[in-house]
Structure formats: C-alpha cells, structure tokens
Design a protein around this ligand. Structure first.
Ligand code: UD1
Length: 347
C-alpha cells in the first residue's frame, strides 16, 4: 500500500484512476486545478470520498504540501484535445509542461521518485505504414489540397503508392503534429530527464482514444467519442469527418485506470513508455454507427470535412504493456461503446 498523489483527480480519467487505486488498497491524495477547459461548472469537492485539493500545479507551495506522506505520483492533470485556436498555446504549455516541471522539481525535493504519467498516442503523429515496395515508411503531413480533393489516405513518400496502416510500437519515431501533442512529448522528455537525474521511475502511458462513463460533454477540448455521444443525446446525427475510414483504437476508461494501477506496481527503473490500447482497432465511421445504433438515434452523416493537424490512422501494439506491466484491456470496443452510448456523461 502506498499513498499516491493523483493530479487531475477531478477529471474524467483521474476520477476512474482514484477509484482503481482505492480498490487496489492504496491511499489517495487528490489534486485538481478545476481548469475551465475541463470543468464547465464547479468541479467536485470529493472524488470517491477523497477530498480534492484545488490548486494549479504551477503553485509550488501547494504541490509541496500535497506531496506530504506520498510515495508515488500518478500524473493525469493536463489540458487535452485540439483547443480553440493558437491563443490557447501558452495555456497548454503552462498547464502541461510548466506544471509538470514544478511537480517534478517538488517530487525530487520531497524524495518521491516514482511517477505514472498520462501520455498520449498523439506523440506518434501519423501511425505506422508500409509500402509494398519500400517497406515501413513514415509519410509527411497530408496536404490540404489532397484532403480538399477527398484524398485522405497518405501515400508512399518514395513512390506515391497506396500504403497499408501498421501498428505503432513504443520505439517508433515521435512526431507531434499539434500543440497538445507537442506538450505531451515535452512532458515525456522532462520526465525522462528527471528520471535520469534522480534515479527515478516513470511509466509513461500512451493512452489511445479513451471513452467511458463520466466523459465530459463536447467542448473544443473533447475527443470524438464525447462529441458523437453528445450529438446523439441531443437527437442529432454524429458528423463523421473525412470518409469515416480513419482508424483509431478506443480503450475503455476502466481499462485505462487499471493500466495506471499496474504501472504503479510494475514500473521499471528509469523512463519507459507503454501504449495503452484495446488491441482491437476500429474506424471512426464504425464508432459513429455503433453509438447511433445503440441509442436508436439518427445514423451518422459522413461529411467529408477535415481538420488541420489530424492524422489518418494511428493504431498501436499493446504488446509491451502486456509483457512488462501485465496489462491487457478487458473491454472489447464493440461492447464498451454500446454501453457508453447510454452511460451518463459528466454534467
Ligand atoms: C484524440 C484526442 C486527444 C487524445 C487522443 C488519445 C485530439 C484532438 N483529441 O486524438 O486529446 O489524447 O485521442 O486519447 O487530440 N472526428 C469526426 N467528427 C467530429 C470530431 C472528430 O469525425 O465531430 C474525427 C477526426 O477528424 C479524427 C477522429 O475523429 O479523424 C478522432 O478525433 P479526436 O478524438 O478529436 O482526435 P485523435 O487524433 O484521435
């Protein structure tokens, strides 16, 4: 049993992590900034009966105080998603990177040497691809002219041939394609440098597309599952961008919480990254169809719209987390998404 500081404890994933840590017999200190990008109203005062300390990670004195008696940190606090516009940039960096830097410095001072970091598959940029002639390739960002013409699939940078999507593993090249992605990679890099400097242990969990009960309603910071779910709850059809064939891996928040508990127990010395995924990739069009069917709502509209910075496919190998953390997702996406279709969202 360890006392664990959970940052972002009042958030969607953080709340499930608190539940899972308590169920595994740990004690929890809960910290949350109550950031307006994550909370529309007043954030909860308690999570699973644990009082939430309201403080920003950039407040060194509050972080020092929260680390009292703590043996490990599970760091979920972050601004996520695409954001509104580039005016968001300083706040992403402030919350995600300066906040993490203050936390790491205070952990070193307090002698807390173990962290589980909520990272993201966005650090990869485009997923893996193979060309029949050139083998594994990493295509550059898609051109606006191609997307506008409905050419959504990236082509081989060598011969322009069509590509087959492949699974990314943790040693693949990291190529963030958005502000959020850049701040998540910076978090990983800061944690790796910190672990090296103070003989610390950091397991960075690269979450794929997380969904589940308690997900916030759609905001500029939400993932697509919340956006589709909110549209259906309002009686509107989910709007599927591109042609709906883009592939992702949807992982249930209960599995993500269990991955955090497993990483806390098994993390090996130094910095190590792990994909946290269901291992059963799906398409965005299929996700929309599953949710629409399960709610009895209008069928999805495939709009052909596209967003700057979006990647086409990113699906992962969950093999390392299975081998080293003993983590395997228990919820199959078809079943999980059907349940999610009628599960409560966060008010
Ligand atoms: C998402 C999250 C990211 C998170 C990561 C891993 C963003 C914007 N979102 O990345 O915060 O860390 O998963 O959990 O980074 N789409 C639609 N209709 C919509 C909205 C989106 O079809 O109304 C499409 C998008 O064009 C994209 C796909 O759905 O192809 C996924 O979108 P989204 O969930 O926002 O982004 P991810 O890149 O998967």
């Amino acid at each position: 049993m360890t006392r664990v500081l959970v940052t972002g404890a009042a958030g969607f994933i953080g709340g499930h992590v608190v539940d899972a840590l308590l169920a595994a017999g740990h004690e929890v200190t809960a910290l949350d900034a109550g950031h307006p990008a994550a909370h529309r109203g007043t954030p909860p005062a308690t999570v699973a009966g644990v009082p939430v300390r309201t403080a920003d990670l950039r407040d060194a004195a509050a972080v020092r105080d929260a680390l009292t008696g703590v043996g490990a940190v599970v760091h979920q606090a972050a601004m996520v998603g695409l954001g509104v516009d580039l005016d968001d940039l300083p706040e992403y960096v402030g919350c995600n990177d300066l906040g993490t830097a203050v936390l790491l410095a205070q952990m070193a001072r307090a002698g807390v040497r173990r962290m589980v970091l909520a990272s993201s598959m966005v650090v990869y940029g485009e997923g893996g691809y193979a060309c029949a002639d050139h083998g594994p390739v990493r295509p550059p960002p898609r051109r606006t002219a191609d997307l506008a013409a409905g050419r959504f699939e990236p082509a081989c940078p060598g011969c322009a041939a069509p590509l087959t999507p492949t699974l990314v593993d943790e040693d693949d090249r990291l190529e963030p394609r958005s502000v959020y992605a850049a701040t998540k990679l910076a978090q990983e890099n800061l944690c790796a440098a910190w672990a090296e400097a103070c003989a610390g242990t950091v397991a960075a969990l690269r979450y794929h597309n997380v969904y589940g009960p308690g997900m916030p309603r759609d905001t500029p910071y939400s993932g697509v599952a919340a956006i589709f779910r909110s549209a259906l709850a309002a009686g509107r059809a989910p709007r599927v961008f591109e042609d709906g064939g883009q592939r992702r891996d949807f992982v249930h928040v209960g599995d993500v919480a269990n991955a955090n508990v497993a990483a806390l127990a098994a993390g090996r010395p130094g910095f190590r990254a792990y994909n946290v995924a269901s291992g059963s990739p799906t398409t965005i069009g299929a996700v929309a169809a599953t949710l629409a069917r399960a709610t009895g709502g209008p069928p999805p509209e495939v709009t052909g719209e596209f967003r700057a910075g979006d990647v086409r496919h990113v699906v992962a190998s969950p093999a390392r987390a299975a081998a080293e953390l003993g983590f395997r997702a228990a919820v199959e996406p078809g079943t999980g998404l059907t349940g999610f279709a009628t599960a409560p969202l966060r008010p």
